[in-house]
Design a protein. Sequence first.
Length: 108
Amino acid sequence: MAKLTIAGIPGSLRRGSYSLGLLKAAVELAPPDVEVEVLDISGFPVFNQDDQASPPPNVVAFKERVLAADAVLFSLNEHNYNLSAAEKNVIDWASRPYESSVWNRKPA
């Protein structure tokens, strides 16, 4: 039986954030047939549609890891009654350009 792979996406850029801590716990507590990989969202520039055709290398690598995963686990933060800016930025980068969104048909 193949392992189920889950891309873990933290909701904060802070190294000691609770959302990152929860994902680290998911890595440790995952059953043997599940692999949780915590993805790095630091260093993403602010999304600009003018740049979507040629995203930076760290964004390309992120999108490749999400595409390779069977599912996504978001560890979301609430910031000023909304998603954090880092979360929104990651969602925007990974969803563009529209025809190559990594979120299409991806369980989350």
